[in-house]
Design a protein around this ligand. Structure first.
Ligand code: ATP
Length: 514
């Protein structure tokens, strides 16, 4: 018996196969889309802090990853025997196939999405929270797009798997490609010829979706875009900082910290901390590593809660409300997010959103929050102009130098027009030659009269830009006052020793004492 090529090729124009292809595509795409939705929900549930929610998701993933699809199909198909009310819905082989594939694939996709979610660095969530975005908005605009980009290759594989698994639905009489072939060869016994063409149709569909997957991957992966040469001609305001007239440490405080204590387990990180920051004042916080500077800064926008004491921004207690007996209760996510909009934050590692261009980073929060009078694209471009980066507006973070990224982060923070700007070691992650441009931008903001709290090891900032310097040691404010006093002749021996370590132009402790 010879292979009948003419017959095999004639099946290329056999209409039933093409109709069956459409059924396979519709079933596979619908299962993939719904499986993704189930998978994302299950992935979030598996990461939940609530035990029963986590157990429910784990149970689902465990059960449906263990069950063979064929068993599930037959089970779902026969459910109307137990529940006759389901006969209408489960009368269609397509619906039975869809439900079974979604349940089964959702379990696999949950693990893929969980991997994607875990790959998003926690500081991305923090940067979005610090902009005053609520939990769900943070997930939608910042976490999921980044997680999805990581998951896309594996999710593409799942679509291929689904397309192939859809052949199993022939067992419950869905007229898909395999069933069309089976019907043909039971009539004419040309098994090999028919199965060759069945294979051809599956390969065709899988190849088509492979191309689509690659296109989507390319589109979503912004890091594959060509890195335009980073122009060195952008404005780097001041090569050296100019000392500015000091502002008096008086008036109504924008930030008030009173008796704040904070521990991590047994480690007391802040103890009896008091601090006032007045409107238009630049407070620079210095001190040895581990003295609690960053933790103090993070309590100001409630990225870190306090154990006792109070933090007030513009007169409002940050993160808590007091009941009639004066007992503090946590504010809701929405209330804390609203408070955080008053406090801009710039992080040591910039924490720009890598899937958004510079201008989109600046616009993300104002657009998502739809605040009245919020900056629009023109406003965002103006802000980028102010930090000397107008011509880099459409570049992605990976196409910018560290100093440029930090200046975009500054523009992003001021786009919310906060009452106070916090800087957490804004130059520590920069190469030395890029430090000056960021310091210059901070000095410009000081000249504009912005209220700022800056944690830094840059003594130039403390000496030339600060109105008030706070020296922290072992979680306490060990000294505070105008820079000339704290860092100059009035420096305590401990501050003088610290200055000697970080700033070789400082006078030695002995000179200070004499
Ligand atoms: N989330 C956390 N969990 C546990 N311990 C923490 C946490 N954050 C900070 N700490 C601890 O708190 C102490 C103070 O840390 P913090 O980062 O505030 O100090 P710092 O003065 O900013 O130090 P550096 O100048 O090195 O950044 C350190 O001992 C640190 O290990």
């Amino acid at each position: 018996m010879s292979f009948d090529w003419n017959y095999a090729l004639s099946l290329l124009s056999f209409g039933d196969f093409w109709t069956a292809c459409l059924v396979v595509v519709a079933l596979s795409v619908a299962s993939w889309l719904l499986g993704n939705a189930v998978g994302i929900v299950a992935a979030f549930m598996k990461e939940s802090r609530i035990g029963p929610v986590r157990w429910l998701a784990s149970g689902y993933v465990w059960l449906f990853r263990s069950l063979p699809l064929l068993v599930l199909l037959v089970f779902v198909y026969n459910l109307p025997q137990l529940f006759p009310g389901l006969a209408d819905v489960l009368g269609s082989a397509f619906v039975v196939g869809l439900i079974s594939l979604v349940l089964s694939e959702g379990a696999y996709m949950a693990e893929i999405h969980r991997g994607g979610l875990l790959s998003v660095r926690p500081d991305q969530r923090e940067a979005a929270q610090a902009l005053g975005l609520r939990y769900l908005t943070v997930q939608r605009l910042v976490v999921l797009p980044q997680a999805f980009r990581v998951a896309i290759p594996s999710l593409g594989n799942e679509l291929t798997t689904i397309i192939k698994l859809s052949s199993l639905v022939s067992t419950i009489s869905l007229t898909e490609i395999l069933l069309v072939g089976q019907r043909l060869y039971t009539d004419n016994f040309k098994v090999l010829e028919t199965m060759l063409m069945v294979a051809f149709y599956y390969v065709l569909i899988v190849s088509f979706f492979d191309i689509v997957r690659r296109l989507i991957e390319n589109r979503l992966d912004v890091t594959r875009r060509k890195t335009a040469a980073v122009a060195s001609a952008d404005r780097t305001d001041r090569p050296v900082l100019l000392a500015r007239p000091r502002r008096e440490h008086t008036g109504t405080p924008v930030v008030r910290v009173e008796d704040v204590d904070k521990s991590f387990g047994d480690n007391t990180v802040l103890s009896d901390v008091d601090l006032d920051v007045h409107e238009g004042e630049v407070v620079v916080v210095i001190g040895p590593s581990g003295s609690g500077k960053t933790t103090l800064l993070r309590t100001l926008n409630h990225l870190e809660s306090v154990d006792s004491g109070r933090v007030e921004i513009n007169g409002a207690l940050m993160g808590y409300k007091l009941d009639d007996s004066g007992k503090p209760h946590d504010l809701s996510d929405a209330e804390v997010s609203r408070q955080r909009r008053e406090v801009g934050m710039v992080f040591q590692r910039f924490n720009l959103f890598p899937h958004r261009t510079s201008v989109e980073n600046v616009l993300l929060a104002p657009t998502a929050l739809r605040l009245r009078g919020a900056v629009d694209r023109a406003g965002a471009l103006d802000l980028l102009e102010r930090v000397g980066l107008r011509e880099h507006a459409d570049k992605y973070p990976h196409q910018l130098s560290g100093g440029q990224q930090q200046r975009v982060a500054i523009a992003r923070a001021i786009a919310m027009n906060p009452k106070v700007l916090l800087f957490d070691e804004p130059t520590s992650a920069l190469d030395p030659e890029l430090v000056g441009e960021v310091l210059g931008t901070i000095a410009d903001l000081a000249d504009e009269g912005r209220t700022m709290v800056v944690v830094t090891h840059e003594m130039r900032l403390a000496r030339d830009v600060a109105d008030w310097v706070v020296f922290m040691e072992d979680g306490r404010v060990a000294a505070q006052g105008p820079p000339d006093e704290v860092l100059g002749t009035g420096a305590t021996p401990r501050v003088a020793r610290f200055l000697q370590q970080v700033d070789h132009t400082a006078p030695a402790a002995e000179e200070v004492r004499s």
